[in-house]
Every structure is written in structure tokens, then in C-alpha cells.
Design a binder for this molecule. Sequence first.
Ligand code: ADP
Length: 332
Amino acid sequence: MSKRVAILTSGGDAPGMNACIRAVAIACKGAGHELVGYKHGYNGLLEQEFISLSLDSTHNLIQQGGTVLHSARCKAFASIEGANCAATNLRKARIDTLIVIGGDGSFRGASHLSQFWDGQIIGIPGTIDNDIYGTDATIGYYTAIDTAMSSIDKVRDTADAFERIFLVEVMGRHAGFLALNAALSSASDYVIVPEFFVSEKHDIELIIKQIKAQRAFKGTVSFIIVVAENVWPNGLAGLTEALNQHGIDDVRPVTLGHVQRGGSPVSQDRLLATTLGEYAVGLVGSTHTNIMVGEVNQRPVMVPLEETWSKTKALNEARVSTMKTLMNERYS
Ligand code: ADP
């Protein structure tokens, strides 16, 4: 039966959100559902700001970074009054199903809304951090790895020219997926991630040991340390100071920052976005609600929304083991 579906993008934006909006629009058209897009994340629900989405409006969207619906954070929505207002507006707009593309915060928000609105809610994971339980990857994650990797490649050129030590901070909030994979794929010499950072004392000793071992082996060469944000106390400044205290002076910090969120999505993100968009629309009108759609071993799955943030996704063990071997034993 034909339904009225709404979609929004919320929280940290990620490359591939547009590809997912496009996939949802095509699948809705095929299934005979109407589709509207709320703008600016949950703010759109509070302001009743939505647009009709058609195949025309989503044409040529698969390769565009960002999100045509715009994303935002919305403090007011997290209150009881905010969610009540959103629920009233969804009822007024006769929405049957709300699709939320976002990260764990946006999914918490969707759960919060479900206490005030009895329509169907489906989450689609879109975040460069990949920190969502229940799916092997999130939309935007693969593009962000590529962006970080190619940025570190460039850093390495200048690091090599001056035989310097570079510290490169990558995003990831509370998870090391991006940092670990960017470090491995760019052949960085050390990585600091929340999952296996021990302490300042422990890690600085290992780093110094590695720098000395590498220099004994190859002479003065560049050394690149990838640092996940929010792990080292006082960030890159704190790590620079710690290295200085151990007599290592030629240190340059680089924060990659928001470039990691931009760019045309790579093929894996387009494929994931397209599969999950289509799968989500296939569930419209079913009894499945308060779920996230994800992909495990290349098959679409449903996960209760609450598990996506209450359970923790572990880093890939084999990749961790490879990185630790490279960090600890290469020159000893
Ligand atoms: P992400 O989806 O990238 O993790 P945020 O953590 O910034 O994004 O959350 C996006 C929005 O989701 C917030 O601005 C807020 O409106 C809503 N939200 C986040 N956490 C909660 C919560 N615990 N309860 C209700 N709403 C929330």
C-alpha cells in the first residue's frame, strides 16, 4: 500500500548521504510511495520545513558529497517539548515512515521521538566514524579513509624531504576505525587510537623506541604518527610537548579536520548507500520499526535501534594485529 515517507540527514555529515537519498527516492517511486525530505536534520521537524523529493530532484546525486537536505544538530529536539512538536508536525504532514540517515546521536534522537510518535522509524548509518554497532561499515567511512590516506601520502612527501616527524590528527570521536585504517593504508609508523592507547607514559616510550630503532636502521628518516582525536591528553600539542621532553624537536602537527567529511563518495560508500536505501524502503509499511538497516558480510540486516549505540563495535582484529606488529617489532 502506498505510504508517505519522510527522510532527513542528521548530525555529522558523511560522503554518500546524497547517494542514499537518491536510492530512497528511486525505491519509493518504484513502490508507489510519496517521498518528502526534511531539511537541516531534526530542525526541519521542529520547523515543519520539508520539500517534495522526486526522481528529478535526486538526478545526478550519487557522486555528490555532502547532503542536499543539509545536516545539523538540534538541541531543542532532545527535550520532551521538542520531540512532541516534531511528532505533531509529522502527524500534520501525514507521514507514515521516517527514515533517518545519521550516526549514533541521530539514532538516539530517533528513539527519543518514538516515545511521542507512533509512525514507523528506520535508521540508516551515515557517519565517517564507523562507530555504529550492527553494521560492518557506515556510509561515508570508506571515503574518509581514502581522504585521510591520500592526505597522509602528501604529508609523507614533505616529511621525507625534511626527515621530520609528523603528527596527523584524524577524526573518529570515540572510535579508532578511521585512524587505524588510514594509518595502515598510508604506511604510517605509529597510530594512537582509543581502543589500544594505554597511557601517555606507555605510548611515548614505545614511540621513542620506534623512532630510535628506525633511525638506527635507516638513518634520519621521516616518522608519521596518526592520532585519533580526543585520545592523547591535550591532543597534538600535548604529544608534541611529550616528544620534545624526550629530545625529539623536529615535530610538525597536522590536523586533517573537516576535509575528511568532504568529497565525492568512493564506490564502496555509493554501493552501501544504494543497497541500504533500497532495503530500507522495502521495509516501509511493515511492522519493523525503531530499527537500523545495516550490512553484515555484504548482506542487508536489521538491528534494533537501541543496540546501535548501547553495544560497542570492535575494531577488525586482524588489522589491529597487523598494525601492532608494524608498530612494535619492525626494527627491534
Ligand atoms: P551523530 O548522528 O553524527 O552522532 P549528534 O550526536 O550530533 O550526531 O546528534 C544529532 C542530533 O540528534 C542532536 O543534535 C540531537 O538533536 C539528536 N540527539 C542526539 N542525542 C540525543 C539524545 N540522547 N536524545 C535525544 N536526541 C538526541
